[in-house]
Design a binder for this molecule. Structure first.
Ligand SMILES: Cc1cc2nc3c(=O)[nH]c(=O)nc-3n(C[C@H](O)[C@H](O)[C@H](O)COP(=O)(O)OP(=O)(O)OC[C@H]3O[C@@H](n4cnc5c(N)ncnc54)[C@H](O)[C@@H]3O)c2cc1C
Length: 441
């Protein structure tokens, strides 16, 4: 009993949590309902599936996602190791070959001697023992109802999250597109699909008028600002997209020597370079409408859509009233939650919460004091954000420097300030990991 734990869900958070437990000698029963039952957004049988973008966002430590990844890397994260190993070129971002990434995570988990994988849906949180629930924003209905019963009068919250389409490289008209990175920084990894004013106007009008797929319950129109459907953004005004995903600045067209009026960027989706996704084009238009409207982008006039964008309801808990900083249910601390359902938003943030929950559950089971990641680190800031009772209107949060403790002195320039915050975080993290290294091995 003592050295045993259950993890439910082998997504980003559950895979990381199971790994951290197993690496510390804890026997883990990992339950994943795929392939017996699939969520509406998951397609592959593998664990840690990235269901939309293949980007884990900024790689440099002067960006908050870059800092979070570097902290996880230093702390021994499985997911970051797999991401580094399956990286595809994407300018300043860490993007991965999604199939190779998920396959590698799955192989590592399945071959770990301390992890037993069980395929099938869990409908109830076990009545005994230590559990990490990491079933994600699309937790199956039966388990969802059981969680509701367990957390009592507290309400679940929700918003809608959309995915972007993927096209085959062979079908992109490269006569109408060019490789470049913004401001020619780094290598030219993105395919840029330019539009002139006339083409953009026609595209924008068609996008705004296009027919959306019916999404159950979407009447309240709660979308996450950071992952807003492209048509919702377009309807905010003619120029909105020109300051968002279609921003042309710094993407000089080599044929004209000028920045185009608008540019759609395509990012490599697999190592072979045979698939590309439309950056920032998460959408819930009907599939034929996606084909019709996105084919108005000249370079995509004959594009083959190997996957269309979809939108789903994302559910999360009112964590500030339910969880402590270690993702434990305050009223039943043997139960932890991790991942997107706790209100951390994004792949890496979900992995980070799984990392914290797994690592500290292992320590708890071994009778060791829990590691308190400070609010100067990105890992610590996330746990503190979701458990902060002062957060009255709780909303999911990507990692950002706004939730990390400020420096306490003035530094000129945002990049320099963020770099100093990151260096302080990494120094403190290294010290912390050093003090506990004997315990955790
Ligand atoms: C449509 C959509 C698009 C998104 N796009 C992005 C994006 O581009 N970038 C980004 O960073 N984030 C995106 N997200 C958010 C994304 O869900 C999270 O970043 C991440 O996948 C959350 O990790 P998780 O481990 O919490 O959940 P998941 O990765 O969803 O993992 C949960 C796992 O639990 C399993 N499961 C569910 N119920 C049960 C059950 N009852 N029993 C057993 N197993 C169960 C599921 O099959 C799944 O494998 C998107 C989400 C959605 C829904």
């Amino acid at each position: 009993m003592l050295n045993k734990a259950t993890v439910i869900g082998a997504g980003l958070a559950g895979s990381e949590a199971a790994w951290q437990l197993a690496q510390r000698g804890i026997a883990v029963d990992l339950y994943e309902m795929k392939p017996v039952r699939m969520t509406p957004a998951h397609h592959s049988n593998d664990f840690a599936e990235l269901c939309c973008s293949n980007s884990l966002r900024g790689a440099e430590i002067c960006t908050a996602p870059g800092l979070l990844k570097e902290e996880l890397r230093r702390a021994g994260s499985l997911l970051i190791a797999c991401a580094d190993a399956t990286r595809v070129e994407a300018g300043g971002a860490l993007a991965v070959d999604r199939v190779a990434f998920a396959a590698m995570v799955t192989e590592k988990i399945k071959s770990h001697p301390n992890i037993t994988v069980h395929a099938g849906e869990i409908t109830h949180i076990p009545d005994e023992g230590h559990v990490i629930v990491a079933t994600g924003p699309l937790t199956s209905d039966a388990l969802f109802d059981d969680i509701k019963n367990k957390i009592g009068q507290h309400e679940y919250l929700h918003f809608y999250d959309a995915a972007a389409p993927i096209v085959s490289f062979d079908s992109v008209d490269m006569e109408s597109a060019y490789f470049a990175s913004r401001y020619d920084k780094g290598t030219a990894d993105y395919i840029n699909c330019p539009m002139d004013r006339e083409q953009y106007d026609a595209f924008w009008q068609a996008l705004c008028d296009a027919e959306q797929a019916p999404v159950h319950g979407f009447e309240d129109k709660k979308v996450f600002e950071g992952c807003m459907p492209v048509e919702v953004m377009g309807r905010r005004g003619h120029d909105t997209l020109l300051y968002g995903p279609l921003k042309p600045v710094g993407l000089r067209d080599p044929r004209t020597g000028k920045d185009p009026y608008a540019v759609v960027q395509l990012r490599r989706d697999n190592a072979a370079g045979s698939l590309y996704n439309l950056v920032g084009f998460q959408t819930h238009l009907k599939f034929p409408e996606q084909k019709r409207v996105f084919s108005m982008i000249p370079a995509l006039r004959n594009a083959e859509f190997v996957r269309y964008g979809v939108m789903h309801r994302n559910t999360f808990m009112d964590s500030p009233r339910l969880l402590d900083r270690h993702f434990r249910l305050r009223e039943q601390p043997r139960i932890r939650f991790a991942g997107q359902m706790t209100g951390v938003e994004g792949y890496i943030e979900s992995a980070a919460s799984g990392f914290e929950a797994g690592l500290n559950l292992a320590r708890e089971l071994k009778g060791l004091p829990l590691i308190e990641f400070p609010d100067t680190t990105a890992i610590g800031a996330l746990g503190l954000y979701v458990s902060n009772e002062a957060n009255v209107k709780f909303q999911p949060m990507n990692i950002n420097f706004g939730i990390i403790q400020p420096l306490g002195y003035r530094v000129k320039g945002k990049r320099e300030k963020n770099t100093q915050i990151a260096l302080r975080a990494l120094e403190q993290l290294d010290e912390l990991l050093d003090t506990v290294k004997e315990d955790v091995l």
